[in-house]
Ligand binder design. Structure first.
Ligand SMILES: C[S@@+](CC[C@H](N)C(=O)[O-])C[C@H]1O[C@@H](n2cnc3c(N)ncnc32)[C@H](O)[C@@H]1O
Length: 310
């Protein structure tokens, strides 16, 4: 993959997909891509793709899922890739040219919650990976996918479940608020705890009200299933995979430089823009040794949903 194809731009999706998610660190980018390939293969495992199928990949980003589908299911597959990011569609198109796959791929700018440019009952399979998480109206997106599928067509998606990160951030806020209000009298105020909260609150909602209004945190895997039922899908299969693993982040620079999702600033940006110099130094002294000792774990929660349009 050519990471230098696009330089940092005003497009938050391209900035994140091609730069900020990897902290612009090529060895780390390779490790992330390996993990993403696992998600994509599980989506394709549930897609029941026939070799001559027409596949629509919603929110295609770099085009990885579509290219992998062609690699796995053959040269007669046709893939339509949609995205709201002009930059990412251009990137995916350039990748298709480079791979000699242009004749099998189409690129359409279209929002997942309507898919207005895609004809009714025109697709055999619709896939999507880490896209509905960012769509406020997930019900509209499932309805649009149902509309464009042929009868008997399949949907197979994977979405991150960020609720626990948000719940943990609410707990941090409550602990800090309790200290500030004196209800933890005797324990004193803990600067480390306050900085942890300020870091996490820049990346995830930290009150129940903010969670309710956050597209990335206001749904669970069961909500996705309920929506699929409500929009008329059948043969619905849902798997929640939770993996607690040693983190693939192996340096402080990547730890502070990588953003967990497109709407989150990196810890580096937070330390530079939200913390004082003294706070940054205190925080780094508190957290860096554990990162460099290789202690961090990552907790990955991914919901896989597949279903059929009757
Ligand atoms: C986290 S990336 C995932 C990219 C790709 N599906 C993958 O698995 O690598 C989210 C993608 O969804 C696109 N996206 C975000 N909101 C969208 C929307 N409302 N409609 C369509 N695409 C959207 C972004 O431009 C980005 O390419």
């Amino acid at each position: 993959m050519n990471h230098s194809l696009l330089s940092p731009s005003q497009d938050i999706w391209a900035d994140w997909l091609l730069h900020r998610r990897f902290a612009d660190n090529p060895p780390y980018a390779e490790r992330v891509r390996f993990v993403v390939q696992g998600y994509i293969d599980r989506v394709l495992d549930h897609a029941r793709l026939a070799p001559d199928a027409h596949l629509l990949d919603v929110g295609a980003g770099e085009g990885t899922l579509g290219f992998r589908a062609i690699e796995r299911f053959g040269s007669h597959l046709h893939v339509t890739m949609t995205d709201i990011s002009t930059a990412m569609l251009g990137y995916a198109q350039a990748q298709a040219d480079e791979k000699g796959l242009s004749s099998q791929c189409s690129f359409v700018e279209s929002s997942a919650d309507a898919l207005s440019e895609i004809a009714d009952a025109s697709m055999d399979v619709v896939t999507s990976r880490s896209v509905l998480a960012y769509v406020p109206d997930k019900r509209a997106a499932l309805r649009a996918i149902h509309r464009v599928l042929k009868p008997g067509g399949r949907i197979s998606i994977a979405e991150p479940i960020f609720q626990d990160e948000a719940f943990d951030t609410v707990i941090l806020k409550n602990r800090v608020d309790a200290q500030v209000s004196g209800s933890n009298e005797g324990l004193g105020t803990d600067l480390g705890l306050a900085l942890l909260h300020r870091w996490k609150a820049c990346q995830f909602p930290d009150t129940p009200e903010k969670i309710a209004n956050s597209p990335i945190a206001n749904y669970s895997e069961r909500d996705l299933m309920r929506i699929a039922v409500g929009e008329g899908f059948t043969e619905i299969h849902l798997e929640l995979h939770i993996d607690v693993l040693p983190s693939i982040i192996q340096s402080w620079e990547v730890f502070i430089g990588a953003s967990p999702h497109p709407w989150a600033p990196s810890l580096k940006t937070i330390m530079e823009e939200q913390f004082t110099k003294e706070e940054s130094e205190y925080f780094e002294a508190m957290v860096r040794p554990s990162i460099e000792a290789g202690h961090p774990v990552s907790i990955d929660r991914m919901a896989y949903l597949s279903a059929t349009k009757p």
